[in-house]
Design a protein around this ligand. Structure first.
Ligand SMILES: [Zn+2]
Length: 498
């Protein structure tokens, strides 16, 4: 008879990773006297800056993702408050490069001369919004971009990534994100789109790439962020844009089919008990990029939930969330208890020292913010800068950006400057963005002392804080506002030739 293995290779990998994370968490706690927010800010900034002008030949496979690299690096720097000063010629060079990626027929390709594709279009518009100057935003050819978006639209209201390319919820999110920023959201463009997104929700509660596919963190982010954009949470408050199909019947139209309980349960269960970070799918390993994809989806879902619950017609049909308790092993329960005790101890010390209480937004979102922060800070930060997917894996720009963006989500809540639409508070920064001079970025120091040195005259509570990230757009909130205002002030486009 065939022998049944005691443990599958998947389980072995999971156990190995849990042990690695446990060791990293406990060692880092000891080394840093229990303080959590030891962000190697200068080293991350240095690492990101080295990739902006030239990359090693090993990046050849990313030749069709060059606007993405611009976005990952610029946004990573923004989150770290480490963007070079506005006078740096770097910005002009990036703008000119992205202008060369713009296709004569609209949209952006993955590099100069490449066919337009919705993913690099999203990345290019996001990178230009971070730069935020008139020169940067002014290179976007809105008329042609609108043509490109309509050309990618399917009769059902979904979007294909490129001509003859695949139709999936990434395409939908990328299309309506850039339409929203560039003032191109119009009922005809998004008719049926919310209903199509909702068809991607699976029996598990998350969203797949297309109807019938397995629930996945990246697609779930695209789905819920897309619904938020369509629901007018991000300033697109034309009631006709709320839902493609039945705006006259119900302000949330087909969104009544959203199973928000299942969605919240699925998102919560993707946070790994021991590692603290998120996995992308059921039974997959933890990965730092999901700190933003799943974390962002959880933040957006929380805000969507609050909004829906404020509408009486919705309140009646939405059941209260009832996530079953996790069944934990004795070991996991002990680690959990230890984490709670460490958090309390840290909060006490911080309060005594007059600094900010640790984890002040703990409990705001649908996940354990402190555990997620621990995973990113203690398990994924590279000692030489940058963030890796998981321990013992090399760092990269993608995971650096999304790891730090996820960390920023754990630090900010709707009371402290994040958020979308009606939840967004005023941000005390000028359009064009506050940029820090980081002349001393090459100084050699790290850890707690480094952060005190860097911070200078800043408030103690800012010592460890990253810049807020708008969870729908993946940009600093003030950069979203600035870009939208820029395009709103432009003359209306002539009617589209059909
Ligand atoms: Zn990843």
């Amino acid at each position: 008879m065939e022998e049944i293995p005691e443990s599958s290779s998947t389980l072995q990998k999971q156990t190995k990773l849990e042990n690695l994370c446990k060791r990293a968490i406990l060692n880092s706690r000891q080394e840093n006297q229990g303080f959590l927010e030891v962000i190697l800010r200068k080293k991350h900034i240095q690492y990101l800056l080295t990739g902006i002008r030239s990359l090693p030949s090993s990046f050849g496979s990313l030749d069709a993702s060059r606007p993405w690299i611009c976005y990952w690096i610029l946004h990573g720097l923004e989150v770290l408050e480490g963007l070079p000063p506005a006078s740096d010629p770097l910005y002009h060079d990036i703008v000119q490069f992205l202008a060369r990626c713009q296709h004569p027929q609209g949209g952006f390709g993955g590099g100069p001369g490449q066919v337009p594709h919705l993913a690099p279009t999203y990345a290019a518009v996001s990178a230009l919004s971070i730069i935020g100057t008139d020169e940067a935003l002014g290179i976007i050819d809105r008329t042609r971009l609108r043509d490109f978006l309509y050309a990618m639209r399917t009769p059902e209201g979904a979007f294909r990534m490129q001509a003859d390319g695949e139709v999936d919820v990434r395409g939908v999110y990328c299309a309506i994100d850039v339409a929203s920023i560039c003032g191109l959201m119009e009922p005809e463009l998004v008719r049926g789109t919310a209903d199509w997104i909702l068809r991607c929700q699976t029996y598990e509660g998350g969203f797949g790439g297309a109807p019938g596919n397995e629930a996945h963190g990246g697609y779930t982010f695209c789905g819920v962020a897309g619904l938020c954009l369509l629901a007018g949470l991000c300033g697109c408050d034309d009631p006709n844009l709320v839902c493609g199909s039945h705006p006259e019947v119900d302000p949330f139209g087909g969104m009544s089919t959203l199973d928000i309980d299942a969605l919240m349960g699925w998102l919560s269960r993707r946070q790994q008990t021991i590692e603290g970070g998120f996995s992308g799918r059921t039974n997959k390993l933890v990965d730092a990029c999901y700190s933003f994809w799943q974390g962002g989806a959880a933040v957006v879902t929380t805000l969507l939930y609050r909004l829906l619950m404020s509408i009486p017609a919705w309140r009646d049909r939405v059941l209260m969330v009832d996530v079953p308790p996790l069944v934990m092993s004795a070991e996991s329960a002990a680690l959990s208890a230890e984490r709670v005790a460490a958090g309390k101890e840290e909060a006490r010390r911080r309060t005594e020292e007059g600094a900010v209480e640790a984890g002040r937004c703990q409990g705001e979102w649908l996940f354990d913010q402190r555990c997620l922060a621990e995973y990113i800070v203690r398990c994924c930060q590279s000692a030489t800068g940058g963030v890796a997917d998981k321990p013992e894996v090399p760092r990269d720009y993608y995971h650096t950006n999304y790891g730090l963006s996820g960390l920023a989500l754990t630090q900010h809540c709707s009371e402290t400057g994040v958020c979308l639409g009606r939840f967004r508070r005023s941000v005390d920064q000028t359009p064009g963005g506050k940029v820090n001079n980081h002349e001393d970025a090459d100084a050699e120091s790290e850890g707690w002392e480094e952060e005190e040195e860097v911070s200078g005259a800043r408030n103690p509570e800012d010592l460890f804080m990253l810049h807020a990230v708008d969870p729908v757009f993946g940009l600093a909130p003030e950069k979203v506002d600035r870009a939208k205002a820029f395009f709103k002030a432009m003359p209306a486009l002539p009617p589209r030739r059909v």
